[in-house]
Design a protein around this ligand. Structure first.
Ligand code: ADP
Ligand code: MG
Length: 676
């Protein structure tokens, strides 16, 4: 027996016990080696006229024997001599394939698409096998050799028999291990079935370039005997047939112009288990320092678990047509977590286990490009097919908004233009850009109102007040909306036609354009303002003055009301937002927290929390409403009880308009009755 070298032995140990996380990949590794061996033969025959290899005979075969507990992977590839068996299988981390690639790099580099590169894949067989036997005959040699090992101390190499060139790798599976102390056992026997092997082949090796064949058992109806009577029942028999299990052509390696959309749809549906066609398909090939193919899909609808904790984002990562990872999360930003697809790159540096990718620059470079392509696809969808885009946004818009919020606004430059909001004026979904373009001269901010019901928002006095001034208001009904806006702070509309403050400058610019100059553009920075918070600064000088005077004049009344309401409000003041015919009072807030955000935080995942921050409330009174006159009258008559009663009622009804409950519903009901 020849012993494994010391370092090889350690590596082997590591390999079997810890590097691979998933035992079932042994088949992928053996098939990849078989594919490489066939590829090498194919490649040599292309460059050597004396070799006669029939392309259509090249194949890989997988079989199993339940009684002997063996699985065999055979190929009719290049095979190995005794020396090669010694060198390639006796030394771990020696890759004959990597050598082959290096030797042939200049001759016809493109024709080789070899998978192996680390020289460890073969040993993954020992994760499931207690004994591995390799029978191999090199192309052009008449003798075969047998390499055999139990994966512990060493191996033997002896002369053997094989009819033709190629290699058989025969695994004798380990015995099943029963579980104990709550630990699950190991079941190796389940690999000994047609179904399990087919499943592994399709999962990991579906796109290997050569046919992977298996003898499969099928059933057919026996021919009807001539003398069969009327009561003849059809009889069935089992028979065996050689079947190609893999589909071979990776659709992502074809050019988009050569593939029918229906083929993409079929691939999408069968691979990603959706029953609807994708909304969009993106296919591209990157060349240069890093070469890869990508095929991405934007689903038409959200999977049911998209917003659950269990949802895993990621693209399938392939290397030379072999699946490395089913969901590589690093390839997608969270806000594009709904995108499905495949990235295939022979260049990505994988560490030896293939499962654990190095989180390296290459992967980031691919992820950046993928993200850009998704963004531009969504932009074109937004511009060319608004109906489809609105449907998309209904499904996935929340995630885009959340992306801005979660990045503290850093991602806003890419994502803000993909958002849609309901315009109270236009009565339809608009982008922020469209909002800005429709703004009347003099409007300096984007106005929005947040709450859970669009109809209620549309009727709110603070909204109708702004609309009445000719400015549109976005009605935001998702809980994430306002948080997103706060994270953005402002929206930047790029390259807008320049607005000239003074007439002389405008005229000069108009003249320049008339003389053939390009019209000037500018980036417009627009603040995002909740119509129910802070000072909107919309009132004219006159209106402001009037409100100030009323406040001064009725200082006593406001003091009395503030005292009656206590800590519920920060202050009571005359409103510059409410006009004739509007409600007598409304609640607005000061500072960063709006009433709506307070509501959202309250129903947060932890439920109602003690000490949750509260919005700073202001009770704004409509100085023009008849109710205000009554308040003034009560104050002047020195009826402190009535002022107190009115203050409470106005505050409570303003809360109701906001969709909040009065803080003491019993007292509210009592007060209403008292008035009646
Ligand atoms: P890698 O595939 O990364 O090179 P492996 O450990 O999987 O590493 O295989 C080691 C080497 O053994 C391969 O590089 C190849 O030279 C040789 N080898 C393995 N399987 C076969 C096979 N079926 N036919 C010919 N050579 C093989
Ligand atoms: Mg290999």
């Amino acid at each position: 027996m020849r012993k494994f070298k010391t370092e090889s032995k350690k590596l082997l140990d590591l390999m079997i016990n810890s590097i691979y996380t998933n035992k079932e990949i042994f088949l992928r590794e053996l098939i990849s080696n078989a594919s490489d061996a066939v590829d090498k033969l194919n490649f040599m025959s292309l460059t050597d006229d004396n070799m006669h290899v029939d392309q259509k005979d090249l194949a890989i075969r997988v079989s199993f024997d339940k009684d002997a507990r063996t699985i065999t992977v055979s190929d009719n590839g290049i095979g190995m001599t005794a020396e090669e068996l010694e060198r390639n299988l006796g030394t771990i981390a020696h890759s004959g394939s990597e050598e082959f690639k290096a030797e042939n790099a200049d001759s016809q580099g493109d024709a080789i698409d070899i998978i192996g590169q680390f020289g460890v894949g073969f040993y993954s067989a020992f994760m499931v096998a207690k004994r591995v036997r390799v029978v191999s005959r090199a192309y052009g040699s008449d003798e075969a050799n047998v390499w055999e090992s139990d994966g512990l101390e060493g191996y033997t190499i002896e002369p053997g028999e094989r009819a033709d060139h190629g290699t058989d790798v025969i695994l004798t599976l380990r015995d099943d291990e029963p579980g104990h102390d709550g630990e699950p056992g190991e079941n190796y026997s389940h690999y000994l079935s047609e179904w399990a092997l087919k499943d592994l082949i399709r999962r990991y090796s579906n796109y290997v370039r050569y046919p992977i064949q298996m003898m499969v058992t099928k059933s057919r109806q026996k021919p009807k005997p001539e003398d069969a009577g009327d009561d003849y029942k059809p009889e069935y028999e089992d028979y065996e047939e050689l079947e190609t299990i893999n589909s071979m052509t990776p659709i992502w390696k074809k050019r988009q112009s050569d593939v029918e959309q229906s083929d993409y749809n079929e691939f999408y549906k069968s691979t990603f288990h959706d029953f609807e066609d994708p909304a969009r398909t993106i296919s591209f090939h990157a060349e240069g320092a890093l070469e890869y193919d990508a095929l991405l899909f934007i689903p038409a609808r959200a999977p049911f678990d998209l917003y659950s904790k269990d949802y895993e984002k990621g693209l399938a990562l392939y290397s030379s047509n072999v699946m490395i990872m089913e969901k590589c999360a690093d390839l997608l930003p969270d806000y594009y977590n709904f995108v499905r697809g495949v990235v295939d790159s022979a260049d990505v540096s994988l560490n030896i286990s293939r499962e654990t990718l190095q989180h390296d620059r290459q992967l980031h470079a691919i992820a950046r490009r993928v993200e850009k392509r998704i963004t531009s696809e969504l932009e074109s969808m937004r511009d060319d097919d608004r109906e489809a885009y609105e449907k998309f946004f209904e499904n996935f818009g929340r995630g885009l908004k959340y992306g801005i919020y979660a990045s503290y606004g850093a991602k806003a430059s890419g994502l803000a233009d993909l958002l849609l909001f309901w315009s109270a004026k236009e009565q339809k979904m608009v982008t922020l850009r469209e909002y800005v373009e429709a703004m009347p001269e003099g409007q300096k901010a984007i106005y929005y109102a947040a709450g859970d019901d669009r109809d209620r928002l549309a009727k709110m006095p603070v909204v109708t007040g702004v609309l009445g001034r000719g400015f549109d208001v976005l009605l935001c009904t998702q809980d994430v909306d306002e948080f997103t806006f706060q994270a953005m702070r402002e929206y930047v509309a790029r390259d807008c036609p320049k607005v000239y403050e003074d007439d002389a400058a405008r005229e000069a610019a108009e003249k320049a354009v008339a003389d053939g100059a390009e019209p000037e553009t500018e980036d417009r920075h627009l603040e995002l303002k909740n119509v129910a918070t802070g000072d909107l600064d919309l009132a004219s000088e006159d209106e402001k003055k009037e409100a100030e005077e009323t406040t001064k004049e009725h200082g006593d009344l406001f003091d009395a009301m503030k005292e009656a309401l206590g800590d519920h409000v920060e202050k009571v003041a005359v409103s510059a937002r409410l006009g004739e015919g509007d409600t007598p009072a409304c609640i607005t807030t000061e500072g960063p927290l709006s009433l709506e955000m307070e509501k959202v935080l309250k129903r947060g995942p932890e439920g109602e929390v003690e000490g949750m921050p509260k919005a700073v409330r202001v009770l704004e009174l409509n100085g023009k409403s008849p109710v205000f006159a009554k308040l003034v009258a009560a104050q002047e008559a020195g009826d402190a009880d009535k002022v107190k009663l009115y203050a409470g009622l106005l505050y409570d009804q303003a809360l109701l308009v906001e969709g909040l409950l009065p803080e003491d519903p019993v007292a509210f009901a009592k007060n209403v009755c008292e008035l009646m």
